[in-house]
Design a protein around this ligand. Structure first.
Ligand SMILES: [Zn+2]
Length: 460
């Protein structure tokens, strides 16, 4: 086999996606994401790249999420100036996410400096983001792009708008990078295109050890919760990521309203970033399933009856004194920062409030303590009593689950190397793939991962 694949991120872990493909004597990067989730992972963002960035011919970006795109401006700042190839929708969304990331890094730095705390300088600024965006070249789904002797095809991954599975072919060899694969049971984005046979497949395994609950059940639960919460007359707080989960919620709340399964409530999306992403959704209509494309002819599918995006901090704070029931969707989805915090501080003490959690809450975080039934929590140094009712609805994940991952990869006769998962998840998926006669392994990282004794391997 001529090709070689080494992983400098999202190997033995979920975040920091960054792989080096060597094919036909060319060095091609796949993704350049941020490590996120803990201090130890965060520190990996500051390490040297692990390869000569001047030897790279091009970078292919699977999708816009920051754990796949968030170090691109750092790469460009460090001297990378070749093409970054991605779908048009990815380019549009990534512009919003990277500019937001640059702004948050600067604000964090300034805040820490003001408070005399250790302040880590921003990795990049808006100028680096602008220079990065200049390098983007579009690729269309299903239309092969020739790169010397290498032919590259992007296929629908159905994870977020613009997300792509990338297939590289050269001299009879085929390599597939899954990127992140979508949850086929949801009905906004098309299902991922199944993997064809390939010599090597680098496959995500976020949910390699478990299945999602049926999505219909989650929707029924959401309808019931929203109805009951509105009868109490309090605020309904939904922490959510600005991208995908927020639009997903708006779409389903709008459909539940149309079907008269829930009362019509004011919905506030308290996130300027979500407002900007909403605009990219309405220009990326072709990304969605045909029913939604059709819906766009008469209305915005992601607009509820009484929807308002709050932009300024003053508008956001004004929500605290507003009377009556309303749905407030605000970030961050993991309650680790953002505007959701002041809503929690102001409303958790009120028994009329409902907190509806639709996203993963990591161990040790505020969200997890609330899910686990904490009676008091500290938020921004303030002691807050929890009298609100706290509900968790699973099933909103943007990722394929175990059954879907197994289905997606069933025709692969070559090697399947697992990335983008916790070890437990990859071990379980690898065992299932091997048990049905496939050749699966866990891709070794080419950088030292925290807690792994500092060894590095070449990823072979
Ligand atoms: Zn993703």
């Amino acid at each position: 086999m001529q090709m070689k694949i080494s992983s400098f991120g999202a190997a033995h872990t979920v975040t920091g996606s960054n792989h080096l493909l060597e094919m036909d004597g060319k060095q091609i990067l796949l993704d350049c994401g941020l490590f996120q989730g803990s201090k130890a992972l965060d520190d990996l963002n500051d390490l040297p790249w692990g390869y000569d960035i001047h030897g790279i011919e091009a970078l292919f970006l699977s999708h816009a999420h920051l754990d796949h795109s968030g170090r691109l401006p750092k790469l460009v700042k460090d001297g990378f100036n070749r093409q970054i190839i991605a779908t048009q929708a990815t380019r549009e969304i990534v512009e919003q996410l990277l500019n937001d990331s640059a702004k948050l890094q600067r604000e964090d730095y300034e805040r820490n400096q003001r408070k005399g705390r250790e302040a880590k300088p921003p990795m990049y600024d808006e100028n680096d983001v602008a220079a990065t965006l200049e390098l983007f070249v579009p690729i269309e789904y299903g239309k092969p792009l020739d790169w010397g002797n290498v032919s590259v095809t992007a296929q629908v991954a159905g994870h977020i708008p613009g997300s792509a599975i990338l297939m590289f072919e050269c001299a009879g060899e085929r390599f597939v990078f899954s990127g992140d694969l979508g949850n086929a049971r949801k009905d906004i984005l098309p299902d991922p295109v199944p993997c064809t046979d390939a010599d090597v497949v680098l496959m995500e395994s976020t949910y390699g050890d478990r299945d999602h609950r049926p999505f219909e059940e989650s929707l029924k639960e959401l309808a019931k919760l929203l109805t009951e919460a509105s009868e109490k007359g309090g605020k309904i707080l939904i922490p959510s990521f600005a991208l995908e989960r927020t639009q997903d919620l708006l779409y389903h709340i709008a459909r539940l309203e149309e079907q008269k399964l829930i009362p019509i409530l004011p919905v506030f999306v308290d996130s300027p970033l979500a407002g900007r992403i909403e605009k990219t959704y309405s220009t990326a209509k072709q990304e969605f399933v045909p029913e939604i494309q059709k819906m766009f002819e008469t209305k915005d599918p992601f607009e509820t009856a009484k929807l308002k995006y709050t932009k300024t901090t003053d508008e956001s704070k004004a929500l605290n004194t507003m009377n009556g029931s309303a749905i407030i969707i605000a970030g961050s989805g993991m309650m680790s920062g953002g505007r959701i915090l002041h809503h929690l501080i102001n409303h958790l003490g009120d028994p009329k409030t409902s907190l509806v959690i639709v996203g993963f809450q990591p161990e040790g975080g505020l969200g997890r303590r609330l899910v686990d039934g904490a009676e008091r929590v500290r938020i921004n140094g303030i002691d807050v009593a929890v009298n609100a009712s706290v509900h968790t609805i699973n099933g909103f994940s943007a990722h394929a689950d175990r059954t879907e991952l197994l289905e997606w990869s069933k025709d692969v006769k070559g090697e399947i190397r697992l990335v983008h998962g916790e070890m437990k998840s990859m071990e379980s998926l690898s065992a299932a793939l091997n048990a049905r006669g496939q050749k699966a392994s866990i891709q070794a990282p080419s950088i030292a991962m925290p807690g792994e004794g500092g060894h590095a391997s070449d990823g072979e």
